[in-house]
Design a binder for this molecule. Sequence first.
Ligand code: BTN
Length: 329
Amino acid sequence: MPTAEHLILRELLAREPNWLSGSRLAAKLGVSRVAVWQHMGKLRADGFTFEARRARGYRLVSRPAGPHAALIETQLKVRPQDFSLLVLDEVDSTNDEAARQLAAGRAAPFAVIARRQIRGRGRLGRAWHSEANGNLYASIAFRPRVAPDRMAAFTLWMGLNLCELLANFAKVTPGLKWPNDLLLDGRKVGGILTEARIDSDQIRDLVFGLGLNINAPTEDWPPALARRAVSLAEIAGEPFDFNRLTAALLGRVLLAYDNFADGTYLKTFADLWHRFDVLRGKTIVLIEGDRRHRGTVTGLDDEGALLLRDALGRTQRFRAGEVTFDPAS
Ligand code: BTN
């Protein structure tokens, strides 16, 4: 059920950059002009600023830079009964909060977004730097009934969809580095951490965690991180509208999930893979536990495992691992 704040935001966004008359807004909401003024006060407290003129009404001047639930929901093209959103100021990890919500029975799909994570987690037990700095920390929870061996293909499919969305939305040229790194200009702009609870031979629930560097000023990052990572804003030369981009990303994730669940993803997977894969034909080192494998990437198998041809011409498949480009090649 949209709140009065949702309705006001929807109307103001639709009119942007024009004025919206207070009496029209009041009529749309079915409340008095005084009540409209009170609701706008609530939005002001959240970080919105408005211009108000007696003869013309209201105009949106600026909006909160960080995650804002109503602003995301208003711009998300998904029926509210099909999805819910939890926006938090601070959390240990959005993946952990999503898992707690699933365990408590919250209806899926839903997303958890936090302005800051205290224990943001990356793959392979690493920490994910998660300050309140204009970056996105999001987890989207699903209850799919699919076999666990489809997880790798799911993560790749989601990564490809995110690449296409970023290419269209941000006019950048992203790449996907198997299995889950989103790259821009050879540096990491985002990472995916998919986690699932398995029930006998089926996935019971699944959390798709996404960390995306949107607006962080990279000069504030620890030097080792700034060498490897980049933000969208740094590449584009200007900040992005965080909540508009987040709404577009969530919409795409939900659509991509449906395509995965009904099998239609197979129609476009190969095309997207050829467009965004950055490893094909490259000589790499794949680290798997304490073993290192050097070889040339020849492609993927049906389950999303990476195919690597070694110096003797033998092809091996890897379901997991950490890839680095071979400096000797
Ligand atoms: C990686 O590249 O190692 C994956 C990073 C995934 C980070 C995101 S941020 C939101 C979600 N919550 C977490 O604790 N991790 C994921």
